[in-house]
Design a protein around this ligand. Structure first.
Ligand code: GMT
Length: 376
C-alpha cells in the first residue's frame, strides 16, 4: 500500500509513535509518505521506502499566523493524487483530522475515496482539543474520519465523555521496539555518573507542566532522606526545567541531580537506571514508562489516565495518587532497598512491555487499514 502518515515532528508522544509506525510498515513492504512541518526526530536515517514531505508555509504580509492547516490539506491533496495514496493516517486530531477532511472534500469531485484514519493521542482530546476554542471543529473532524483509533481504553472513554462522537473508536495501544529498548551493558557509563553501590532514578519527558517535573525532584528528595544513596537523571527539556532546577536548589540537593537535556539514545540511559519516575498530571498512555519497562526498569507513576493500563501496581512498579510525592519517595525506597523485589519487578516490567511488542501492534494497524478501506 501507499500510506500517508501525518504527524508532529517532536521528540515525544504522537510524533514518535507515528514515525516508528511508518518504519514498521515500510519494513513490511509498504511505501510510506510522512507529512510534517519539520523532519520528525525519529526519522533519523535515509530510507528509499519512506519519503518525507515538509509542509511548506509560504508567508505573506497579511498572515500574522500562516494557515498551516490549509498548506497541509493542499499537500495531502497533491500526495493523494500524484503518489496514489491508499490510506491517509493522521496522528493527533488538531489540525490534522481537519486538514484531512478538507483534502477529501476537495478530491471528492475527482471521485477519490481514500480512507482517512485519525489516531487520538492525548492532549488533542484531554487538554487542548476539548478547549472551547477548538472543540466544535475537533468533534466534527473526528466524526468525519473514516476510522478512529485511541491509544488506550482511558482515552477512548474520555473521548466519548468529552465529545459527541458517533463513530466506533478502536483502541490500538502504543508499542515498543523490544530489540532497541532492552537492557544493555553500560557499566562504564554508570560508573561515570555515580559511585559504587549508588542507585539511579531517571525521569524522561518534555518538561511541560502536565509532567509535574518538580514532583520528581521532591519524591527523589524523600528517597535521599530515607538514606538511599542515589542520583537523579532528568532527561529532556521544556518550560518547567527551570522550576525543577529551582526545586533542587531549595532542597539543597543539586549535587545528586543531573539535568541531561534532550537525548536521542534514551535506551542507553534507561540501561543504567534502577527506577523510572513519571508523576504526570495527565497521561493517556505513558510511552516513556513503556520504554523504561522494556529496558527492565520498574516504574513509579501517578495513578491517572492510561498509566494503570501500562504500569501494573505492585507488579511492574507502583502507582501513587496524583501529587503524593511522599508515596512516590516511599515506594521508590522500598524497591531500591530490596534487591529481590527490584529484580522481580524489573523482570515483570520487561514481560509486561512484551505485550506491547511492535510487530503485533503494526499488524493491528495494517488490519485496521484494510477493514476501513473495505467499509467505505
Ligand atoms: O503530551 C505529550 O507528551 C505529547 C503527547 C502527544 O500527543 O504528542 O503525548 C500523548 O501521546 C503519547 C503517545 O500516544 C502518550 O504516550 C502520552 O501519554 C500522551 N500525553 C498525554 O496524554 C499528556
Amino acid at each position: 500500500m501507499n500510506i500517508g502518515i501525518v504527524c508532529y515532528p517532536t521528540f515525544g508522544g504522537s510524533g514518535v509513535v507515528a514515525t516508528e509506525l511508518a518504519k514498521g510498515l515500510a519494513n513490511r513492504g509498504h511505501n510510506l509518505h510522512i507529512l510534517s512541518y519539520s523532519r520528525p526526530a525519529r526519522l533519523d536515517s535515509f530510507r528509499t521506502d519512506i519519503a518525507y514531505h515538509e509542509v511548506d508555509l509560504s508567508t505573506y504580509p497579511l498572515f500574522e499566523y500562516p494557515p498551516y492547516d490549509l498548506a497541509l490539506a493542499n499537500m495531502m491533496v497533491n500526495l493523494i493524487q500524484f503518489e496514489k495514496l491508499d490510506v491517509l493516517h493522521v496522528h493527533y486530531a488538531i489540525p490534522h483530522a481537519t486538514s484531512a477532511y478538507l483534502a477529501k472534500q476537495i478530491l471528492n469531485s475527482n471521485a477519490s475515496n481514500i480512507p482517512v484514519i485519525t489516531t487520538l493521542h492525548g492532549t488533542d482530546i484531554t487538554l487542548i482539543g476539548s478547549d472551547p476554542t477548538y472543540k466544535q471543529v475537533v468533534d466534527f473532524s473526528i466524526n468525519q474520519s473514516d476510522g478512529v483509533t485511541a491509544v488506550s481504553e482511558y482515552l477512548k472513554t474520555e473521548t466519548y465523555r468529552l465529545f459527541d462522537i458517533h463513530k466506533e473508536i478502536k483502541v490500538i495501544p502504543n508499542f515498543i521496539d523490544l530489540d532497541r529498548f532492552k537492557q544493555s551493558q553500560k557499566e562504564h557509563f554508570k560508573k561515570a555518573i555515580c559511585g559504587e553501590g549508588e542507585k539511579i532514578i531517571t525521569h524522561v519527558s518534555n518538561f511541560r507542566e502536565v509532567k509535574r517535573v518538580p514532583d520528581v525532584v521532591e519524591a527523589f528528595n524523600h528517597v535521599l532522606k530515607n538514606g538511599v544513596e542515589a542520583k537523579l537523571l532528568m532527561v529532556g527539556d521544556g518550560p518547567e526545567r527551570a522550576k525543577a532546577e529551582q526545586k533542587c536548589r531549595e532542597l539543597g540537593m543539586c549535587n545528586h541531580v543531573r539535568f541531561l537535556g534532550k537525548q536521542d539514545q534514551v535506551e542507553e540511559i534507561l540501561s543504567i537506571s534502577d527506577l523510572f519516575m513519571i508523576p504526570s498530571g495527565s497521561e493517556t498512555f505513558g510511552l516513556a514508562a513503556l520504554e523504561a519497562m522494556s529496558c527492565s526498569v520498574p516504574v513509579i507513576s501517578s495513578n491517572i489516565g492510561g498509566l494503570p493500563e501500562v504500569n501494573i501496581d505492585g507488579e511492574t512498579g507502583y502507582l501513587c495518587e496524583l501529587a503524593d510525592v511522599e508515596c512516590m519517595g516511599q515506594r521508590a525506597t522500598e524497591i531500591l532497598t530490596n534487591e529481590e523485589l527490584h529484580s522481580k519487578m524489573a523482570k515483570a516490567a520487561r514481560k509486561r512491555a512484551e505485550k506491547f511488542e511492535m510487530d503485533k501492534i503494526v499488524t493491528e494497524y495494517e488490519d485496521y487499514y484494510q477493514e476501513i478501506k473495505q467499509s467505505i
